[in-house]
Design a protein around this ligand. Structure first.
Ligand code: NAD
Length: 264
């Protein structure tokens, strides 16, 4: 208990009701941080996730259901988090969606939603979190980008544009805070088997007339040389490192954890 490195800190993780965000929230809670959860889902299931984190790690938790495509709801969430815990010390911009289609067929409303949720929401949370972080001279901002912030794939125009954008935004945030105790970095995962990717596995299985397991293998074989998924727990451990004092000079990086995807 006494060795928990983030005791007394508060972490707000957007999109933490599922997948990578939940993995990161759990890893930060295990280090003693209070957690502000955000994301969609069944109210009873979200309450159960909060209760599990509180019981397992002794963490204080709070939930706000802000839609990350809506700046006024984001502002309300940031104000509620500050009211609840005094300040947000660690901000993890993780909420994200995907849509797969060729550019000429890409629905305009999907483009707008992906840019709003995967990119603009990080501007809104960051602009609202920075004053208190700067005043405290301590803060950690971690943007969950993707290998698609570093390289492209077909049919993911909005996603690739948003993820390249968030890496640029990460660098500007890191430069504007360079002489403070606030750091900002991006994490770029390869394939992680979350609901977001399971949808792509399902489509591949259906269109190829293959099993779910074969579809997973094909998906990995195409891009991820290790042939294995990255896990939310591994990404959580990287986030904990970025929050540590050892990482205080890690600034403005886009750190891929991708089974070798970007090395090719
Ligand atoms: P997921 O679908 O499991 O989780 C997404 C989370 O975001 C959920 O909690 C969902 O409720 C929330 N969310 C979606 N739209 C929202 C909105 N408008 N407002 C608030 N919350 C919203 O997906 P995941 O795979 O865990 O993805 C998390 C992040 O990781 C995303 O930014 C994604 O682009 C990125 N990422 C995922 C992978 C992967 O392989 N799964 C790889 C690289 C990057």
């Amino acid at each position: 208990m006494q060795n928990k490195s983030l005791k007394g800190k508060t972490a707000l993780v957007t999109g933490s009701t599922s997948g990578i965000g939940l993995g990161i929230a759990r890893a930060l809670a295990a280090e003693g941080a209070n957690i502000v959860f955000n994301g969609f889902g069944d109210a009873a299931e979200i309450a159960a996730l909060q209760a599990a984190v509180a019981t397992e790690f002794g963490a204080k938790t709070f939930y706000h259901g802000a839609d990350m495509s809506k700046p006024e709801q984001i502002a309300d969430m940031m104000a509620a988090a500050a009211r609840e815990f005094g300040r947000v010390d660690i901000l993890v911009n993780n909420a994200g969606i995907q849509h797969v289609a060729n550019i000429e067929d890409f629905p305009i409303e999907k483009w707008d939603a992906i840019i709003a949720i995967n990119l603009s929401s990080a501007f809104h949370t960051t602009r609202l979190a920075l004053p208190a972080m700067k005043a405290a001279n301590w803060g950690r901002i971690i943007n969950i980008a993707s290998v698609h912030g570093l390289v492209a794939s077909t049919q993911k125009s909005a996603y690739v544009a948003a993820k390249h954008g968030i890496i640029g935004f990460t660098k500007v945030t890191a430069l504007e805070t360079a002489q403070t105790g606030v750091t900002c970095n991006a994490i770029c995962p390869g394939w992680v088997l979350t609901p977001l990717v399971q949808k792509q596995v399902d489509t591949r299985a259906a269109t190829g007339g293959i099993s779910n397991e074969e579809a997973k293998k094909d998906l990995l074989a195409e891009k991820q040389p290790s042939g294995e998924f990255v896990t939310p727990e591994q990404l959580g451990a990287l986030a904990v490192f970025m929050c540590s004092e050892t990482a205080s000079q890690v600034r403005g990086v886009a750190w891929n954890m991708d089974g070798g995807w970007v090395a090719q």
